[in-house]
Design a protein around this ligand. Structure first.
Ligand code: ADP
Ligand code: ASP
Ligand code: MG
Length: 413
């Protein structure tokens, strides 16, 4: 008997028929004697609709009220899933984040989980009752409902799996695993049977939305056995049909490039002619950090004769206005001219084999050059290389890199 956390994403619970189908999977696992906690997302499209409602009343709104609104989608599916399980003769109940409780910080809209108190929750799991937890939500230090950022039900599931010492956390979604790139863009993309936490973390943080970044961070930290699998295939999680995210040392074949991620959620800011003297970068980036703006790629050009230089960096597109506001208000003596561009996208190649292989960057740049794609900014880490390009070339770049690194090759499947 295992203890399993099974998470169903929005497309897996998109309507009553799909909720019933997901309930069949849970029933099968419960019938095999496993202890099951289910985590559900809102029905597909519902969270977007709720976000639009908030914006429709006021583009700038109280994040605590935003959370009160957008967390409601998960409440509906948790109740419906519990009813579907009860219909199958399974003892089940729904739990909201505050009932567990799942305690978060008070950064509303993108709160972090700080603790999960599972005493009562686990007691009931042990009686064989299936717990159905509303994903994406917790309770903040100021006693208000908080949400964990878009895609946050993945993080609810992994955090819960860590808290209750689950043997496995199954993430049921609309693809049957983690692919070499988004199969919606490259139909030849292949399923990766096993992937390291490190690679998955890079892919997620670089835009592969199949798992929320924080969920992978948490899985890595707590060594949660994580599986990504299809809701719509025949198998259940215990058949292990999906992609297993696991420790690097347990993976024999270390691919040079294992996956390609992309993100359209990028904006480029160039500060023209800032002084090339110590302390300037700190003066620019400290107020941005305080305003919770996440700065990503950064380049500073060589100083021209006048001792001034251009500084370019990227921020999430949604944070662009806030970033420009902060720079205008708080950097008056440092920043004189700001140029912004939202017509950009980031493409990244990821693989742990990069640690021990030279020439990977060269292959990447050549493949892009062959297609006439201009690179605007480059950033690297030990296991990834990212480039910023014009958004119109994004799909072409992803497809070309997928081919250039042999990922189209069915032999590798
Ligand atoms: P859910 O609603 O189940 O949480 P998401 O839409 O958040 O599902 O994530 C699944 C989607 O992630 C897939 O439909 C796919 O388009 C996208 N995706 C992006 N990159 C990848 C990848 N490398 N492998 C698999 N899916 C990916
Ligand atoms: N429903 C939330 C969202 O759409 C959380 C999730 O699905 O993971 O972002
Ligand atoms: Mg998701």
């Amino acid at each position: 008997m295992s203890r399993i956390v099974a998470k169903f994403g929005g497309t897996s619970v998109a309507n009553l028929e799909k909720i019933e189908h997901a309930a069949d999977k849970v029933a099968k696992e419960a019938g095999a004697g496993h202890e099951i906690a289910v985590v559900v997302s809102a029905m597909a499209g519902v969270t977007n609709q709720l976000v639009d409602y908030c914006r429709g009343i006021s583009p700038v709104h109280d994040a605590r009220e935003y959370d009160a609104v957008v967390s409601s989608g998960e409440q509906v599916t948790a109740g419906l899933m519990a009813i579907a399980l009860q219909k199958r003769g399974i003892q089940a109940r729904s739990w909201m984040g505050w009932q567990v409780p799942l305690l978060c910080d008070d950064v509303h809209g993108k709160a972090r989980i700080e603790d999960i108190r599972t005493d009562e929750f686990e007691k009931r799991l042990r009686t064989g009752e299936v717990a159905v937890l509303a994903g994406f939500q917790g309770i903040s230090t100021c006693n208000r409902i908080a949400t964990l950022g878009r895609g946050g039900s993945d993080t609810t599931a992994v955090a819960l799996a860590a808290a209750v010492g689950a043997d496995r956390c199954d993430i049921y979604t609309d693809v049957d695993g983690v692919y070499t790139t988004d199969p919606r863009i490259v139909p030849q993309a292949r399923k990766i049977p096993r992937i390291s936490y490190e690679e998955m973390l890079e892919l997620a943080s670089l835009g592969a939305k199949v798992l929320q970044t924080r969920s992978v961070e948490m899985a890595m930290k707590h060594k949660v056995n994580l599986q990504v699998l299809s809701t719509f295939a025949e198998e259940v999680g215990s058949d292990l049909p999906g992609t297993i995210v696991m420790d690097e040392d347990k993976i024999m074949e270390k691919e040079v490039v294992n996956g390609i991620a992309y993100s359209r959620d990028e904006a480029k800011i160039t500060l023209r002619s800032v002084a090339d003297i110590p302390g300037v970068a700190s003066k620019v980036f400290t107020p941005l950090a305080k305003a919770n703006v996440n700065v990503d790629m950064i380049v500073q050009n060589v100083s021209q004769d006048d001792g001034a230089t251009d500084m370019t960096f990227t921020v999430p597109r949604g944070d662009l206005n806030a970033a420009v506001d902060v720079l205008k208000k708080e950097c008056t003596d440092t920043v004189h001219e700001i140029v912004t561009n939202t017509d950009v996208a980031k493409v990244s190649i990821v693989g742990i084999g990069m640690r021990s292989h030279a020439g990977v960057a060269q292959n990447m740049f050549q493949a892009l050059a062959d297609k006439g794609v201009n690179i605007q900014v480059i950033s690297t880490s030990e296991i990834k290389i990212s480039v910023l390009i014009a958004e119109e070339y994004l799909e072409l770049a992803v497809r070309s890199l997928h081919r250039a690194f042999g990922l189209d090759d069915p032999q590798k499947a």
